[in-house]
Design a protein around this ligand. Structure first.
Ligand code: NG6
Ligand code: CA
Length: 511
């Protein structure tokens, strides 16, 4: 018993010394911000080549930072990507890490060694602002009481989130453990199977909606938009889609203002450009490319406002900002907002194939920018990095130790993130909707599997940036250097490469 106590004290002292050492080293560890957008494709930002829609603020980040041509989300959908980013574990290792409803049990084990938890142990203040989508509670949530476990049990000291997606109920913000602005005499309830309460649904009253929706998105009408699922109560707490970007950005600015004197980690998750896209009036109709283009303008403005605030607070030189997205683009996914009709020459997936839901490059190869003026030299790099690597890499940067077993798939690619090395990870397992792939150097192998069509409403038919196109069932091999668009399956010409990658993928999936 006594020995145990001594060991515990020794461990605590060593831990404190370790983080002190890092902090007292030549330079203080920087603040860390991840600006994480929703469904933004690599072709959606102008510094990656979009000429139809301009994103001057993201371009500004790229101009003074490092732009990755091979920066990946670990999955082609939201929940698994976010799970990987925070846990440093590939999402396929957790079979529950699929697109979640708001009231699914929290995917992250409370108290586990997540990225924010490790940074917190190293002395950082930590916050999540924006989209959560990793489950809440332990199965069933009382939206009128304390919502727990949630982000505050996953390593964040502060949390201001939407529970799931902006197309799903409940359409409220959660501040800490409580729904913001809820009134006791108008209790909130949700159900994803059957209607509850008396608020009209899109099925019953499409005339009351501002956006036409498919049947799946025709549940309860909140703020003039029908959603996935049904909701009753909480009127005083309902969000307004047109204010959401400002709401999250204001809160993020408030957070960095309040924490400017200590190291902080902010996981800032914009809801743009996920459907339903109903940006603020000042953006509506401004892109000429429908709701999706307008949402890109709103997203870019939010990034600009946030970076301006860092500048005003004189925080740019000691803040590492990473900009990225959770999965590839989808043009139309449930609502008719003019995006498909007005897409013109805009290419959301850039030179790549496919988009959201898919294991094609367009599904997971993300706009990825690291900006840290004065430390990270501006430029472009082909180093392969994945968001699952943030845990090991940022822990290293912060002088935080990673306990045995934490972040099992997280590779320390800090030198690549800081532009000090051209070498990132050697290989990467990619996850689409029901299909997996592996990339090693320039080769990409996709094993045979089901022809997977996402449960979306329709096929866009514009190349396949909609992410709704079909995927061949047979095994495929592509050389991404010669053929970034994955158009020519060369498996017959390179059986040895294909076999090697097949074996490596199998091993990764089983380990
Ligand atoms: C899908 C929804 C889609 C979107 C997605 C989550 C249907 C038919 N489609 O199930 O609209 O909400 O989930 O997107 O319900 S994500 O970016 O959070 O992964
Ligand atoms: Ca997403």
């Amino acid at each position: 018993m006594k020995t145990n106590l001594v060991l515990v004290i020794l461990a605590a002292v060593c831990g404190a010394l370790a983080s002190q050492r890092a902090r007292g080293a030549e330079s203080e560890p920087p603040n860390i911000v991840i600006v994480y957008t929703d469904d933004v494709g690599i072709g959606d930002v102008s510094c990656y080549g979009s000429s139809a829609i301009h994103t001057p603020n993201i371009d500004r980040l790229a101009a003074d930072g490092l732009r990755f041509t091979s920066g990946y989300a670990s999955s082609a959908t939201c929940t698994p990507s976010r799970y990987s980013l925070l846990t440093g574990s590939y999402a396929f290792r957790n079979p529950l890490a699929e697109i979640l409803p708001a009231d699914a049990p929290m995917l992250i084990e409370p108290g586990s060694a997540t990225l924010p938890e490790l940074l917190r142990r190293a002395g950082y203040a930590t916050a999540v602002i924006g989209k959560w989508h990793l489950g809440l509670g332990r199965g069933g949530v009382d939206w009128n009481g304390d919502i727990k476990p949630g982000p505050l049990e996953a390593g964040f000291d502060e949390s201001y989130v939407m529970a799931a997606t902006n197309d799903r109920v409940p359409c409220v913000y959660i501040d800490g453990r409580r729904v913001e602005g809820a009134e006791q005499d108008d209790p909130i309830q949700i159900d994803y199977r059957k209607k509850i309460g008396t608020i009209p649904t899109g099925h019953e009253r499409p005339d009351l909606t501002r956006l036409a929706a498919d049947p799946q998105h025709s549940g309860t009408i909140i703020n003039g938009i029908s959603r996935i699922g049904y909701m009753s109560g909480g009127r005083a707490a309902w969000w307004k889609d047109e204010e959401m970007a400002d709401r999250f950005t204001d809160r993020a600015i408030r957070y960095v203002t309040e924490h400017k004197d200590k190291p902080f980690f902010l996981y800032f998750n914009l809801h743009d450009i996920h459907e339903p896209r109903w940006p603020a009036d000042r953006h509506r109709g401004k892109s000429g490319a429908g709701g999706r283009g307008d949402a890109i303008l709103e997203m870019d403005e939010a990034v600009g406002r946030f970076i301006d605030a860092l500048e005003r607070l004189d925080l740019r030189k000691n803040t590492l900002v990473i900009f990225s997205s959770d999965n590839g683009p989808v043009v139309t996914d449930g609502y008719e907002d003019g995006s498909l009709e007005n897409i013109g020459d805009h290419d959301p997936n850039g030179p790549f194939r496919g988009g959201k839901y898919q294991v094609w490059e367009g599904g997971t190869r993300m706009p990825t920018i690291v900006s840290w003026p004065g430390t990270v030299k501006p430029g472009v790099t082909d180093a392969m990095v994945c968001q699952v690597d943030f845990l090991a890499s940022l822990a290293e940067l912060a002088g935080a130790s990673v306990p045995e077993g934490a972040g099992p798939d997280s590779v320390n690619v800090l030198p690549a993130l800081l532009g000090r090395s051209d070498k990132g990870r050697d290989e990467l397992v990619q996850q689409g909707n029901g299909r997996m792939a592996i990339r090693k150097a320039d080769w990409k192998y996709i094993p045979a599997g089901p022809r997977k069509l996402p449960a979306g409403p329709k096929h866009g038919g514009v190349g396949d940036p909609t992410g709704h196109s079909d995927m061949p069932a047979e095994a495929q091999l592509y050389n991404l250097a010669d053929d970034p668009g994955e158009s020519t399956n060369v498996i017959a010409q390179h059986p040895v490469v294909a076999n090697d990658l097949a074996a490596r993928l199998k091993q990764s999936l089983q380990s």
